[in-house]
Design a binder for this molecule. Structure first.
Ligand code: GCU
Ligand code: CA
Length: 136
């Protein structure tokens, strides 16, 4: 059972757009094409422990848009690949496992290249180390 956090309700460094179909909710975050920018979610955990994160993203460019992943201000992964999925209306789930503390946690993705981050539609969070299914 996952909890869903929509990017339009998160802190998006760019614009919340709706011009590519297949998104959930009212839009997706389109971060600027610039290193260090991205999206930040606040996730609530009932207890401390490992969770699976599932970022639903679109990358219609031809190259991967790698990101650093921070939890509560600390970089926990320096290079999460967000591979091309060929069209901005194609959406894929990228799974990552992290540890959360009990209560509110900030989860930030920031692009590490001048292309910036992929378009991000939402974050699913599931308790335990198992990966979320890549479906939505
Ligand atoms: C296009 C696309 C945007 C995307 C951007 C990018 O402009 O319409 O949704 O964010 O490319 O390269 O980041
Ligand atoms: Ca963009």
């Amino acid at each position: 059972q996952a909890s869903r956090y929509e990017a339009e309700s998160a802190v998006c460094d760019g614009t919340v757009d709706s011009n590519h179909s297949g998104f959930s909710g009212t839009g997706f975050c389109n971060p600027p094409n610039q290193s260090g920018t991205g999206v930040q979610f606040t996730v609530n955990a009932a207890s401390a422990g490992t969770v699976a994160l599932g970022f639903k993203y679109a990358n219609g460019s031809s190259t991967s848009r790698p990101a650093s992943l921070s939890v509560n201000g600390t970089v926990v992964q320096t290079n999460v690949p967000f591979e091309s999925n060929a069209a901005w209306s194609n959406w894929t789930v990228k799974n990552v496992t992290v540890s959360l503390k009990a209560g509110a946690n900030t989860i930030r993705l920031a692009g590490t290249t001048s292309a910036g981050l992929a378009n991000i539609d939402l974050l699913d969070v599931a308790k335990g180390g198992t990966s979320l299914p890549s479906s939505f």
